[in-house]
Design a protein around this ligand. Structure first.
Ligand code: ASP
Length: 346
């Protein structure tokens, strides 16, 4: 039988502790959690047909990632594979089907983090990259930077040979109608002189759900997290949400957990959601579930809504949210699996 040498962090100084047999590897927990966005998702707002479409798309994304983990692939590859499926589906606010900004374009944000090395990559405000999560990964692996924005990010993409699509590729009638409705609500609010900074209509709470994310633990014990979004309907002035911000929308560290967030990004940035969860585990010894719940409570106390998906190095998962619903699913090597949309997570 072959003996595998696992290169875990301090591998080179103490190789004797790093030898793991195939049997040990086979017994290590692995799995992944995905989300397709949090928001006002009620049973009555989804017809059975549309609900079935969401469930099918979530399953397809989950299986794409899980198949990689099962074969011994990396958590990073699993995260990218799962997210790509949802970016390609018009159902989600990421890639094709992303929400419109106030100027009538889809501006895409994405980020990814490798829990093994804590390398990270992010892009914001790109308009022509078919799968933004793949460009975030390229920033991580092929540039000396962590985050590239707008036109510069696209120039980098061009330089390393990415394929471009026109912005129309991302645009759907469904999202265009949401922009029109958001503009009408905004005009009505302005007439009533409602402060646009305090009204929840400002970012169109109803119409923004659909951000996607994935967190994964592979057989080697490595964690990874990724998030991809079109942001919020009717966003203005180059607005950037939490999704591409490492520590807010995405975070992964093998020492603690991997987290991907979805929700009202301004609040998630202010709380530093993803890193806050990991920090509680690191500094206080909190469990994943306690840390994730406490962080979502902080978002709620400020007036924000949304949720997170998280997985720790033992393969325990948490999916708390304070919004009405969150598209979500997971599959673990223990056999536990679920796809859920409404209500509170167990
Ligand atoms: N967090 C995303 C943003 O603020 C939106 C969402 O997850 O629904 O851009």
């Amino acid at each position: 039988m072959r003996t595998s040498l696992l290169l875990l962090g301090l591998a080179f100084t103490a190789p004797s502790v790093l030898l793991a047999s195939d049997a040990e590897l086979a017994n290590r927990p692995f799995g992944l959690v995905i989300h397709g966005g949090a928001g006002v998702i009620e049973r009555k707002s989804l017809t059975p047909e549309v609900e079935a479409q969401y469930r099918a798309a979530l399953s397809q994304a989950r299986e794409a990632g899980y198949a990689i983990l099962e074969k011994g692939g990396t958590s990073l590859d699993a995260v990218v594979a799962a997210i790509q499926v949802m970016e390609d589906s018009p159902l989600f606010n990421a890639g094709k089907g992303a929400v419109f900004n106030a100027d009538g374009f889809c501006d895409l944000d994405a980020s990814i983090m490798d829990g093994r090395t804590q390398a990270a990559g992010a892009i914001s405000g790109v308009r022509r990259i078919k799968n933004p999560i793949t460009l975030a990964r390229a920033v991580m692996e092929k540039s000396e930077h962590v985050m590239l924005a707008g036109e510069g990010a696209e120039r980098f993409a061009q330089k390393i040979g990415f394929e471009f699509v026109p912005n129309e590729y991302f645009q759907t009638d469904f999202r265009r109608k949401q922009l029109e409705a958001a503009k009408l609500r905004e005009a009505a609010a302005a007439k009533k002189k409602t402060s646009s900074l305090t009204t929840s209509d400002h970012f169109d709470r109803v119409a923004r759900y659909g951000t996607v994310g994935c967190v994964a633990l592979d057989r080697q014990g490595n964690l990874a997290a990724g998030t991809s979004t079109g942001g919020m309907t009717n966003k203005k002035f180059g607005r950037v949400g939490d999704a591409p911000i490492i520590g807010a929308g995405t975070y992964a560290n093998n020492a603690t957990c991997a987290v991907s967030a979805t929700g009202w990004g301004e609040f998630f940035i202010r709380v530093g959601v993803a890193r806050d969860i990991a920090a509680q585990m690191e500094y206080k010894g909190s469990s994943l579930a306690d840390a994730a719940n406490a962080t979502i409570a902080k978002v709620g106390q400020l007036g924000g809504d949304g949720g997170v998906i998280a997985i720790d190095r033992e393969g325990r998962v948490a999916l708390p949210f304070n919004s009405v619903g969150m598209y979500r699913g997971f599959k673990l090597s223990t056999g536990a699996a679920a796809i859920e949309i409404f209500g509170q997570s167990k």
